[in-house]
Design a protein around this ligand. Structure first.
Ligand SMILES: Cc1ncc(COP(=O)(O)O)c(C=O)c1O
Length: 398
């Protein structure tokens, strides 16, 4: 089928890259050991502090988010170290797999994939750890496979109350730049991220933001590392350079994306994502479908996971929507495969893009013959422009 107009990329990342960022990337490659690059490197490395809300170092790898996960572990831990990882969904599964492959002793706290990391479970585990054998607690802030956001400050408060010295390592791949995140205030030790979601840059950059405590842990961490080594990076970063060839043109894009974020203002970015999350859930409820996240305090502002009714394949719905309306939605991952689909509403996004996205879902539900109520899109429009904001229609002159 020939499609006209723009493809709707409404997966929860990679997200739509703004034209300004694409234009910034579309430049001749420069010498990564020359003065122009040093300027770029220094501007990015200092500017990232505001994005992560940290005064600490932020390391940028030419890598995917998964690479940045590995980097966070090999730089802070040693073989046999005990690590608590909360099962929140498919991405926490990846953390577990990487941790186990590296030889860590992973205590994988079971979860339903419908709620975030349990403060209660953390308290139980850490309070019974009298020998302080647990060296790190890992939490996926926004679980992209489900649309559930864990409450990091609450988890940190428990660690502090128990005076437990474990590192707090947080995956902010699908929250940073779209859901409020305060690394220093929340006392996170390592934040892991990727470029392709809230940061509005194509895939290919991985991040580790590092606290002083993580930097100390790095001195004693014995897991083998070479490419991922923080010390090599930090040494070269001082002058704006990298120990190997960086992803120069993605860094051009990141610089522009950071400029855009500053122009909009982080508070406005977070408010925009909250509005779009609320409007999306209003649509899902009006359709009579079930939201994957069970805990309203943990609704994700960057994406929404939606169950299709029993006996109706979510992948068939996605296929129908792709073929008919040229829109990509996120597949159900892992144990949610075929049972749920995911609507991404993060990154470079606005009200009309959301209205189009939800229209595509509603038309897809009709074509797929999935039982639902009409009016989801209207419910979303009402949420975006509540009645109080809508003026009485003007009298039409005869
Ligand atoms: C929460 C989360 N963690 C980790 C990853 C892995 O990132 P990547 O696919 O860039 O390796 C993703 C990717 O979607 C993610 O959403």
């Amino acid at each position: 089928m020939i499609h006209t107009g723009r493809h709707f990329l409404q997966i929860p990342g990679p997200t739509n890259v703004p034209d300004r960022v694409l234009r910034a990337i579309d430049q001749p490659v420069i010498d990564h050991r020359g003065p122009e690059f040093a300027e770029l490197g220094l501007a990015i490395l200092s500017g990232l502090g505001e994005v992560f809300q940290t005064k600490g170092h932020v390391i940028v790898y030419p890598s995917s988010g998964t690479g940045a996960i590995e980097a966070s572990l090999v730089n802070t831990l040693s073989a046999g170290d005990r690590v608590i990882i909360f099962e929140t969904g498919q991405f926490s599964n990846i953390w577990r797999q990487i941790g186990e492959r590296l030889g860590l002793e992973v205590d994988y706290v079971p979860g339903s994939w419908r709620q975030g990391a349990s403060p209660h479970e953390l308290e139980a585990r850490l309070s019974s750890d009298s020998r302080q054998a647990v060296k790190a607690v890992v939490v996926v802030h926004n679980e992209t496979s489900t649309g559930v956001t864990s409450r990091i400050p609450e988890l940190r408060r428990i660690m502090n109350r128990l005076r437990h010295p474990a590192l707090l390592i947080v995956d902010a791949v699908s929250s940073l730049g779209s859901i409020e995140y305060r690394m220093d205030e929340w006392e996170v030790d390592v934040t892991v991220c990727g470029s392709q979601k809230g940061l509005m840059v194509p895939p290919g950059l991985g991040f580790n933001a590092i606290s002083e405590k993580a930097l100390s842990a790095n001195k004693n961490a014995k897991l083998p590392r070479s490419y991922w080594d923080w010390q090599d990076m930090l040494k070269h970063n001082q002058a704006g350079f990298f120990p190997f060839t960086p992803a120069t043109n993605l860094l051009f894009g990141l610089r522009e994306a950071m400029k855009m974020m500053k122009e909009e203002g982080f508070a406005n970015i977070f408010r925009r994502h909250i509005r779009h999350g609320e409007a999306t859930r209003a649509a899902v409820r009006a359709w009579g479908l079930e939201i994957v996240c069970e805990e309203p305090l943990e609704y994700s502002h960057s994406m929404t996971g939606v169950f299709t009714p029993e006996g109706h394949d979510a992948d068939r719905l996605r296929k129908i929507i792709l073929e008919n309306f040229d829109m990509s939605l996120g597949a159900g991952l892992g144990k949610l495969a075929g049972k749920a689909f995911r609507i991404g509403h993060l990154g470079s996004f606005n009200d009309l893009m959301l209205a189009g996205t939800l229209s595509g879902v509603e038309m897809g539900l009709r074509l797929a013959g999935i039982p639902h109520n009409e009016g989801g899109v209207m419910a979303a429009l009402d949420s975006l422009t509540p009645a109080a904001q809508v003026r009485e229609p003007a009298k039409v002159a005869r």
